[in-house]
Write a protein of this length. Structure first.
Length: 243
């Protein structure tokens, strides 16, 4: 009997799409990247795989691979749940999912696996979810090739006299390059938060909790910037930002 077509893999479920009467198409993020497969009968009440096939649950999947089309799930075992337990954590976890499923190219997703897991774990452990979401967002934008330059002026390279940030130009702007006609100014705390989220390694998450008011303003700035650059409007945080 050939056994080479069965594979065991660990991943975090990031998307579930109903298929036919009782099936699901599951997408999980693993160390190897995005993984999609059929889970036949997974929506039946009697399905033994229900606990493992939920968004934000890390599970081990035993898959039957086929040469064409999607792999099929044989068995799923839940390992760890990252389901959020309060409203804010829920919103920011949804933003992480939305970034992964709508902003990041399939072939780039594996690059975010460890950060995704690290931030989810932090949120679950009670770390500030806004800070984690911003750090993850910044990493995703950088991976997508539209990270902001926060080391020096994006126009002339000057390291000091940073005056503002221009989302249109893609980063920090110094005193000399600042154009009051076309550029906005931002408070220094806003600029500091931008620098922190684009520069700090994700392992730093939890060491500081960013100021909430400024953090939300930065989040709004990044969401608008993302829409401007990619056409993708991420909506997970609408309720928070309109409040
Ligand atoms: Zn400059």
């Amino acid at each position: 009997m050939p056994t080479a077509d069965v594979k065991k893999i660990k991943g975090i479920v990031i998307r579930l799409v109903d298929y036919k009467e009782a099936d699901l198409i599951v997408t999980a993020l693993s160390e190897e990247g995005l993984l999609s497969f059929y889970a036949r009968g997974a929506r039946k009440l009697t399905s033994k795989n229900q606990a493992a096939l939920q968004s934000l649950v890390e599970s081990e999947f035993l898959l039957s691979l086929s040469s064409q089309g999607l792999a099929t799930l044989k068995e799923a075992t839940p390992l760890k749940s990252f389901l959020p337990n309060d409203f804010e954590s829920c919103i920011y976890s949804s933003l992480l999912l939305e970034i992964l499923t709508r902003l990041i190219a399939e072939e780039d997703a594996s690059g975010l696996y460890s950060s995704f897991r690290f931030v989810l774990e932090g949120i679950n452990d009670g770390k500030d979810p806004l800070t984690g979401a911003l750090m993850f967002f910044a990493e995703a934008l950088t991976l997508a090739g539209i990270g902001l330059e926060v080391d020096s002026c994006v126009l002339c390279g000057a390291k000091n006299k940073i005056r503002t940030v221009s989302f249109t130009e893609g980063g920090y702007i110094c005193e000399d390059c600042y154009d009051p006609e076309s550029m906005q100014t931002y408070p220094s705390m806003y600029l500091k938060i931008l620098r922190y989220i684009f520069k700090a390694p994700i392992e730093d998450y939890g060491r500081v909790a960013l100021d909430k008011d400024y953090g939300l303003r930065v989040l709004k700035g990044l969401l608008d910037y993302t829409e401007e650059m990619t056409g993708v409007k991420l909506r997970s945080c609408d309720a928070l930002l309109e409040a």
